[in-house]
Design a binder for this molecule. Structure first.
Ligand code: ASP
Length: 433
């Protein structure tokens, strides 16, 4: 079979069509038969639920093997181990910087727009303080006690640490290292190929996921907190389009227009699965094959970003914290704002890229500044849509930082980046599986 038996452009269009049709179908179900038992059991939980779940499972199935194999391949191919430190340092700095900007923008927006003011401030509230994940814990958890267990649980940071160490050892192990390195490099091609197959299922999977959402979400949930929803959506779009474009242009020297034009499939995957973790295979394939980032950089920065970089989540958490404080008429001090910034950054590092985790971690952020965790109940009903959108922003941040770091290391193939149909070129350079 040819290496690229699907046309990426066509596939992206089919995925977007799947989304659109899914939305229409879901809303139609919602307006007509969704509350009847047969439709719920057979159509929504049945056909749509099964197709959507299988699609997400296929993606999730690929994440651990792909990250492990691809990262080993990338690291073992590094001629200069210092480069790994440099790539890691740059990626970390940019990930932290963008998350810092995101939370600052979000809190400023919450203070200016005041989405929670005038809602219903008289409510009495019991305060609950949730346990905090300590920074020391996050740090020690990065080193796996047992790598197989880390893989079984899909814990990304310990998997990354283990794969980097194996990759470095391969690079330093002479002839046996070369042989094992070759094995992983071939294995990487095979796994990437599998990613291509799973992507072919995307139009159907995406249809099912979006249709389920459309069929099960009541519109009325949105109206109560409409200002909050619109503000989060607006800030997500603003951060992705303005902050990222400025960074691409001025730090990376790259065209934001070209970058975003290549992100369509990734965005559709992130949006419909609401999981940056499950989207890793597509993000990795896109940045390597459509943007020209070398595997040496991308295999490290993409899974790292999917785990520690969550700008979209930070935006939601910042606005939600402001919204809940305003709703309960709590005046936040400057120290409390600073605390929110810090806690949101730590939460985004510690969080796994799975659906809904941002809202769960919000409880910790609220507790830290003495805001009532019950406030989460206010926004629970609308979180899925926001989760989907913020995940799309999270993965865009990962791809953006990957492109900038790759470019700065001389590991971004600009011809591929600026080529509208780069598969042929990338294939010729051995980048396509
Ligand atoms: N679903 C998000 C992600 O995977 C995390 C969140 O809940 O904000 O990136």
């Amino acid at each position: 079979m040819a290496t690229n038996d699907f046309d990426h452009q066509k596939l992206s269009n089919r995925i977007l069509t799947g989304m659109g049709l899914g939305l229409v179908f879901g809303i139609l179900l919602n307006l007509t038969v969704a509350d009847q038992a047969w439709a719920q059991n057979f159509l929504i939980d049945g056909v749509l639920g099964v197709v959507g779940e299988i699609f997400v499972r296929f993606l999730s199935m690929l994440v651990v093997p792909l990250v492990f194999v691809s990262l080993i391949t990338g690291v073992s191919a590094l001629s200069d181990p210092k480069k790994l430190g440099r790539v890691g340092g740059k990626a970390l700095a940019l990930y932290m910087l963008t998350t810092g900007i995101a939370i600052t923008l979000a809190l400023s927006a919450a203070v200016i727009v005041q989405p929670g003011v005038g809602a219903s401030p008289e409510q009495t509230v019991e305060r609950q303080i949730a346990a905090q994940p300590s920074f020391a814990q996050v740090l020690t958890d990065m080193v796996p006690r047992n790598p197989v267990q880390a893989m079984a649980q899909g814990d990304m940071l310990p998997i990354i640490v283990f794969a980097v160490l194996i990759g470095l050892s391969i690079a330093l192990a002479g002839k046996p290292g070369e042989r094992i390195g070759q094995f992983f490099s071939d294995f990487n091609v095979v796994v990437m190929r599998l990613v291509g197959f799973v992507m072919l299922l995307a139009p159907y999977g995406v249809f099912a996921l979006i249709a389920t959402l459309g069929a099960t979400t009541g519109l009325s949930t949105f109206f109560g907190v409409l200002k909050y929803v619109l503000l989060v959506l607006f800030m997500l779009v603003l951060h992705a389009s303005v902050t990222y474009s400025l960074m691409l242009r001025f730090i990376g020297g790259l065209s934001p227009k070209v970058f975003f034009s290549k992100m369509r499939a990734v965005l559709a995957f992130a949006f419909s699965t609401a999981s940056s973790g499950a989207t890793i295979p597509v993000t990795l394939k896109t940045v390597e094959q459509r943007m020209g980032a070398d595997n040496k950089v991308a295999s490290f920065t993409v899974p790292l970003g999917a785990t520690i970089n969550m700008d979209g989540t930070a935006i939601m958490q910042g606005i939600a914290a402001g919204f809940i404080a305003q709703y309960f008429a709590v005046d936040l001090s400057l120290t409390q704002y600073m605390m929110i910034v810090l806690m949101v950054i730590i939460a985004s590092v510690g969080a796994a890229g799975v659906p809904g985790v941002g809202l769960i971690l919000l409880a910790g952020v609220l507790a830290q500044v003495g805001l009532p965790a019950e406030g989460i109940a206010l926004i629970l009903g609308v979180d899925r849509l926001l989760d989907m959108t913020r995940t799309a922003v999270n993965v865009t941040g990962d791809a953006m930082v990957t492109s900038i770091v790759a470019k700065s290391e001389g590991e971004l193939d600009l011809e591929v980046f600026y080529d509208e149909h780069p598969e042929v070129l990338a294939a010729a350079r051995g980048r396509v599986s």
